[in-house]
Design a protein around this ligand. Structure first.
Ligand code: UTP
Length: 292
């Protein structure tokens, strides 16, 4: 039985929905209070049992690399000042996992970003965690998907139910029938209109893929937005292998647009003991004032 040991985190998109901020900063480095988004994602991968991670970066990779590197000056200063808790926290970041980097020279789409990681992955199954999507911390969606992979040895796509009015924002799957805790995928379509969408089951940013996907990505024609779409390559994969959909019932957070980012920060603040009370008090105050 082959196990999933490696993960790809694509973080090379232009992030145009968050301009001008993303002009010089990758959206994956956006802070959720005091931690960058991508650190939550790496922690999720590590908690699921993955040790080797490759981040696909664009031209703004320095901030990401610096964050996960050790920082001698900072560590020495914290140590001298006796800030031991902060020191532990900072050291933990650089020891999280074996993190590697590869550059996507042009933002040709998510499918192309994954293809860039093919040499690092080699001939084994791997996980993909989108760099701008967080999942509710305690329910590890990826871990469940990895356990499922151990049993079925086929690709598995994380899906969630979305409003019919939102299907145009996602890859949408058509499922055949319930098969234990999972569905068999029959077809996939990237960002369909409401009329085209075969269901409201949306791909939201967590995948386990077999290495066969790399051959298909290699020959994949550009799709929606003139980009090489991962959804299209998974569609092609269906001709060779079964692909399963795993329904995630926890919450997911998309920080890739302004409103999604704002909602994520508020929700995360309300989940933190040190902030919950005051943030709630502040929000209630605003709402009360608005409804005066
Ligand atoms: P998105 O489509 O949400 O990212 O890709 P984007 O293209 O940066 O966003 P907008 O539409 O311009 O605002 C989902 C994930 O895939 C990565 C992104 O960084 C994001 O984490 N991605 C996307 C790449 O790594 N390379 C690409 O060419 C496209």
């Amino acid at each position: 039985m082959v196990k999933v040991r490696k993960a790809v985190i694509p973080a090379a998109g232009l992030g145009t929905r968050l301009l001008p901020l993303t002009k010089a900063l990758p959206k994956e480095m956006l802070p959720i209070i005091d931690k960058p988004t991508i650190q939550y994602i790496i922690e999720e991968a590590v908690e699921s049992g993955i040790k080797d991670i490759i981040i696909v970066t664009g031209k703004e990779k320095k901030a990401i690399e610096d964050h996960f590197d050790s920082s001698f000056l900072l560590e020495e200063t914290l140590s001298k000042k006796g800030k031991l808790e902060e020191l532990r926290e900072i050291r933990k970041i650089s020891q999280l996992a074996n993190i590697h980097y590869i550059r996507q020279s042009e933002p040709n789409g998510l499918g192309h970003a994954i293809w860039c990681a093919r040499k690092f992955i080699g001939n084994e199954p791997f996980a993909v965690l989108l760099g701008d999507t967080l999942v509710e911390e305690k329910k590890s969606c990826l871990k469940d998907m990895m356990e499922l992979y151990d049993k079925c040895q086929n690709s598995i796509i994380g899906i969630k139910c979305v409003d019919k009015t939102d299907v145009h924002k996602y890859g949408i799957v058509d499922v055949e029938k319930e098969n234990g805790p999972v569905y068999n995928i029959q077809s996939l379509i990237e960002k369909p209109s409401q009329e085209q969408a075969p269901s409201n089951l949306a791909i939201f940013g967590r995948y386990i893929l077999t290495p066969k996907i790399f051959n298909l990505l290699e020959n994949q024609e550009p799709g929606v937005g003139n980009e090489i779409q991962l959804t299209d390559a998974i569609s092609a994969l269906l001709k060779y292998e079964l692909v399963y959909a795993h329904v995630f019932n926890g919450k997911s957070y998309d920080i890739g647009d302004k409103l999604g980012y704002l909602k994520t920060i508020i929700e995360f603040a309300l989940q933190r003991e040190d902030l919950e009370k005051e943030v709630l008090y502040f929000l209630r105050g605003i709402v009360a004032k608005r409804s005066e």
